[in-house]
Ligand binder design. Structure first.
Ligand code: SF4
Length: 73
């Protein structure tokens, strides 16, 4: 984990983003714009879709900058 890594949480899932790794492909914002929207200060809102949808979109991140894991119960 780098010190610049960002963490975004919903009740169900934690999404992390490493801006040093992002290749700016835009895959996330095109695929799930309700969750990934760079016009917002808090640009990742994992609560805006189901955990399954967020997990599937994160898996399409080509650089690995986005990671997701279920919250501990
Ligand atoms: S999909 Fe991954 S690499 Fe592409 S813009 Fe989003 S975070 Fe960056």
């Amino acid at each position: 984990m780098t010190k610049r890594q960002q963490v975004y949480e919903s009740a169900e899932i934690t999404v992390t983003f490493d801006p040093e790794v992002c290749s700016h492909s835009g895959e996330c914002v095109r695929g799930l714009p309700a969750v990934f929207d760079i016009s917002r200060k808090r640009w990742v809102r994992p609560e805006a879709a189901s955990a399954a949808e967020v997990t599937a979109q994160v898996a399409r991140c080509p650089s690995g900058a986005l990671q997701a894991r279920p919250k501990d119960k």
